[in-house]
Design a protein around this ligand. Structure first.
Ligand code: ADP
Ligand code: MG
Length: 286
């Protein structure tokens, strides 16, 4: 390459260097990574400039939406990311599948209604709550997930450290609050009052999903006070969708069916052994 060629190449490269800089400054990463390839496609297809820019703008919007969903999922602090795609509705016939899938469309969150999933341990309550949480993140709602004991701990710690108001404002502002596992651990009086306040502050402002192994009439055993539980249930159940999830533990059912399969395999194996034994005997007898 001659000196003049090098200068020409540098001059030609300069707009790309500058463009790359500007697109980064404007936070348009999809534009930056795709513009050259899309330009080639458009040139080949004879697409005009406006459509070229439109394609890039669409790619940027899709990428931005995906990043926002990822950010909402991270902010929600789900213990695991689960969806209804991996949920076997046949395993829990008591669950109203239509209602669960309808809730996954998140209209309830627009209307600021609540959801409660009730049933014994292992029936998939947390899975359903996570699936609804994920669906809400995908539809643009801010979500926060915590177990009831962890949330009470957070509230008590915040109170001790004089940052309760900030935490309460944060919890009141989130569009969907998921409180998992209400019922296993009873709260102290302060804990119960703080959780009650949290629910009160969210009343008709945002949606709350609660999962519990206890039917409503037994929630007093967690909150301690009948008066407090009554007031809480009064607000919470004003607009509530109830997912009844009575059934056998999914894990237990799986391990039982695994055991059955293993036992069947053992029987079949011993039959094969027996057959080869009798074959052997038969061939000896010949
Ligand atoms: P719960 O919260 O009611 O105690 P989980 O949601 O934690 O139950 O379920 C226990 C495990 O079994 C989880 O790994 C969950 O994903 C799985 N599970 C439960 N029910 C189902 C189901 N119907 N289909 C697929 N996986 C399920
Ligand atoms: Mg659970």
């Amino acid at each position: 390459m001659s000196a003049s060629d090098a200068t020409l190449a540098a001059a030609a490269a300069a707009p790309q260097v500058l463009l790359s800089h500007h697109l980064k400054a404007l936070k348009l990463p999809a534009f930056l990574s795709e513009y050259a390839k899309v330009a080639q496609d458009c040139a080949r297809e004879g697409v005009d400039h406006a459509r070229y820019l439109l394609r890039l703008a669409e790619l940027e919007l899709i990428a931005r939406e995906r990043r926002m969903v990822e950010r909402r999922i991270r902010a929600a602090r789900f213990p695991a990311v689960k969806s209804f795609d991996s949920f076997d509705f046949a395993a829990i016939p008591a669950l109203n599948k239509m209602l669960a899938l309808e809730l996954a469309r998140c209209e309830y969150a627009v209307r600021r209604e609540n959801v409660v999933a009730l049933g014994p341990s292992g029936v998939g309550k947390t899975h359903v709550a996570l699936a609804l949480g994920l669906a809400a993140c995908q539809r643009g709602f801010s979500v926060s997930f915590a177990t009831a004991p962890a949330l009470v701990n957070q509230l008590m710690e915040a109170r001790d450290e004089r940052r309760l108001l900030r935490l309460q404002a944060q919890l009141a502002g989130v569009k969907l609050l998921i409180v998992d596992e209400l019922g296993y651990v009873p709260f102290s009086q302060t804990g119960a009052e703080l959780l009650f306040e949290t629910f009160s502050q969210r009343y008709e402002k945002g949606s709350t999903i609660i999962t519990s192994n206890l039917p409503f009439q037994e929630w007093t055993s967690v909150f301690g006070s009948e008066r407090l539980t009554g007031a809480l249930l009064d607000r919470f159940t004003h607009h509530v969708h109830i997912l009844e999830m009575n059934g056998e533990s999914y894990r237990l059912k799986q391990s039982k069916s695994r055991r059955r399969k293993n036992a069947k395999a053992d029987v079949e194996e011993s039959c094969v052994c027996d057959a080869s034994l009798t074959d052997g005997i038969a061939s000896q007898e010949k």
